[in-house]
Design a protein around this ligand. Structure first.
Ligand code: NAD
Length: 480
């Protein structure tokens, strides 16, 4: 396997705007044809993608290792498995999802037949981030294909090995007029965003999400925005502290903390803080040994820029009084930062302001849960909020007083893997949902159709006789 030093260089070529335009136009033609596509045709396209993944797993492992030394089992569980599971779900359910949804007539539409018809939105753009490069490109692609859309994928320039591999694989199985991958940096994104796509599915930071939404507004293109932010964890005094520590240590440090729904920071009740910190430290040693730098199971920060950013978040916090309770070692040349737990972090440290997206866990304490809830509610609505407790009243209180894209109770991260749940954020952490049926709906337009049989609505036509007026008044007061 290659080492990070042998990385495939990121392409710094300017985007070929003419060829992007040509691909887009060819997809518009395909999208018109695909509007009439059957479930069997869509399933055949999804199966092509499945075969690409299954026939190239070794190359996927190699690309993930070259990009940020991601260990093979983590590639299996967080890159390949979610895409294959999503594909299997679509293959099984597509026929049912595509069926028009009959609805009952209402008082004012008595005598009509009505239904919701799911039509493909058309040509879709999928812009993906680097942290789960295959998963976050191909999972939305499954939904797009299931919904009958064509797609152009713009993967991240920060994981050039995986981006190049995805382009090669897609080119081997799809015509560019069906699915295409355009590599490149922000310039490629901008060239794509200037086009009148029918839907944009963007996964990335809230900052870039705003840029994408502004560009989409130019064409009134619909958007799904899967964003990020700071996801808090609350560990109360009734919780199973050992289990909480094990769960958070896994959620926070797999993929080196570079996960949108990873715990960002943690509020633990002051009476169990020391127990939690000791247990989390012991768990990290179990996971990665006494020298995590040597562990094949601990991946790396994606590049020097992010390593420098995360390292300076740690240094800044320490300069303001935070203590390194575990880890703290850094090797700049290797983009390595040990799994690190920080305590006594001041609330105004920069680490408490921006999304950490790396292997640092600030542990803050609380005495009164209301203070934690006030802090959570004073900040943008998180993508995920986690709670470890055995107390039902606390569970209800946290759930009813906060808002978040998703929540894990006595667990973290697994909500992403639950194929029967929607996945998405709220406001700053996202707009719209992905996964399973929700993914299908994100790429579908829900078209309302009413067919007249013996409609009574003409009763309300002029001339407005006393009888008509009475009927209108009756309807105003009682129709639902
Ligand atoms: P990013 O927003 O910097 O980049 C995402 C994509 O947008 C990349 O393909 C990039 O090339 C492109 N891009 C960057 N700047 C752009 C610009 N000015 N105009 C148009 N396109 C631009 O995000 P990232 O660093 O790749 O990923 C990390 C972020 O993504 C974190 O905030 C994380 O929480 C979030 N994320 C969210 C989810 C989710 O499902 N909600 C999943 C993974 C990551």
């Amino acid at each position: 396997m290659s080492t990070p030093a042998e990385k495939f260089p990121a392409t710094d070529a300017a985007p070929d705007v003419a060829s992007i335009d040509a691909i887009f136009k060819s997809q518009q033609e395909t999208a018109l044809r695909w509007r009439r596509s059957t479930a069997a045709e869509r399933i055949e396209r999804i199966k092509r993608l499945v075969a690409l993944i299954q026939d190239n797993t070794d190359r996927i492992y190699q690309a993930a290792y070259a990009d940020f030394r991601k260990p093979e089992p983590e590639v299996d569980i967080s890159e390949i498995m979610p895409v294959l599971a999503e594909a299997r779900k679509n293959i099984k359910k597509l026929k049912r999802w595509m069926k028009p949804l009959r609805v009952r007539p209402t008082a004012t539409t008595f005598g009509t037949k009505a239904w919701v018809q799911y039509e493909p939105r058309g040509v879709s753009l999928i812009i993906s981030p680097w942290n789960y490069p295959l998963n976050l490109s191909f999972m939305p692609l499954v939904s797009a294909l299931g919904a009958g859309c064509t797609a152009i994928i713009k993967p991240s320039e920060m994981t050039p090995n995986m981006s190049a591999l995805m382009r090669e694989l897609i080119e081997s199985a799809f015509d560019p007029s069906e699915v295409a991958v355009i590599e490149g940096d922000v310039r490629a994104s901008q060239a794509l965003l200037s086009l009148p796509f029918d839907h944009i599915f963007f996964t990335g930071s809230p900052t870039v999400g705003k840029i994408v939404m502004k560009a989409a507004a130019e064409h009134l293109t619909s958007v799904t925005l899967e964003l990020g932010g700071k996801s808090p964890v609350i560990v109360d005094e009734t919780s199973n502290v050992q289990r909480a520590a094990e769960s958070v240590a896994w959620g926070k440090f797999s993929n080196n903390g570079q996960t949108c729904i990873a715990p960002d920071y943690l509020y633990v009740h002051e009476s169990v803080r020391d127990e939690f910190v000791a247990a989390a430290g012991a768990q990290l040693e179990k996971f990665y040994g006494a020298a995590p730098e040597q562990s094949p199971d601990y991946c790396r920060i994606v590049n020097e820029r992010h390593h420098g950013r995360i390292h300076s978040l740690m240094q800044g916090a320490v300069e303001q009084g935070a203590k390194v309770a575990h880890g703290g070692q850094s090797n700049d040349a290797e983009c390595y930062l040990a799994p690190t737990i920080l305590t006594d972090v001041p609330n105004d440290a920069r680490i408490m302001e921006e999304e950490i997206f790396g292997p640092l866990l600030p542990v803050l304490t609380y005495r009164n849960l209301d203070d934690v809830l006030a802090h959570v509610n004073a900040n943008p609505k998180p993508l995920a909020l986690y709670l470890f407790t055995r107390d039902k009243a606390t569970m209800n209180k946290v759930m009813s007083s906060t808002s978040a894209g998703s929540t894990g109770i006595n667990t973290n991260m697994v909500q992403y893997l639950h194929g029967n749940l929607p996945f998405g954020g709220v406001n700053n952490s996202g707009i719209g949902n992905a996964h399973g049926h929700w993914g299908f709906k994100a790429f579908s337009h829900e078209r309302s159709v009413v067919q007249d049989k013996f409609s009574m609505t003409k009763m309300f036509n002029p001339p407005y006789t006393d009888f008509v007026k009475k009927m209108i008044k009756f309807t105003v007061n009682y129709a639902a």
